[in-house]
Design a protein around this ligand. Sequence first.
Ligand SMILES: N[C@@H](CCC(=O)N[C@@H](CS)C(=O)NCC(=O)O)C(=O)O
Length: 214
Amino acid sequence: MLKIWGRKTSSNVQAVMWCVAELGLPYERIDAGFNFGVVNTPDYLAMNPNGTVPTLIDGDNPPLWESGAILRYIANSYAPEGFWPSDPVARAFVDQWAEWSKISFTLSFTGPVFWKVVRTAPSRRDAKAIADALAVLDKKLDIAEAQLTKTPYLAGSELTLADIQFGHCLYRYFTIDIKRRNRPVLSAYYERLTNRAAYATHVMVPYDDLRVTD
Ligand SMILES: N[C@@H](CCC(=O)N[C@@H](CS)C(=O)NCC(=O)O)C(=O)O
């Protein structure tokens, strides 16, 4: 049984939960972080010295943190071939897009755009900084648009770990109040994700609790 600590509104928790649900794994999720606290208690810090979410414990194994490592652990342990191939070359291709999603796309979106729009009071928003961040993000999304023109999912014909790392930010990207370029292929991909039960349950989570108002 997987035990996962983390609030539903954390994007990194959402990635892990979406993966767990896609693979149909039994789990228990414990609310932690932000308004729930927990993460600064000695017991939690003994599991995860960062005081961040998510943290995973699988059975009697030691705790794991860093959502990227958690996702790879889950994939290595439980995923079918199509989701996380065993062949090193095929796996590296999926991993390359997963890594790109986390390091290049997500880092260009969450802090510079989502936080600056949703987690910043309207009177304190810096329109120029947001526009500059969107220009950077747009370049990443152009890469995704081109890739998704070749294959229905980011790393091939099936949903893989790469889509978990990329797609879990798209609900927020497509629902916050920002200028979005018309990208028909990315939009169709996002629509397909929204039709997946696991995505709807674990990623399409309202983020009003995170919103900072004047
Ligand atoms: N690199 C870490 C980042 C973890 C992280 O910063 N998580 C955020 C939520 S997305 C967090 O714990 N925020 C503090 C809180 O919720 O109390 C990972 O991918 O797991």
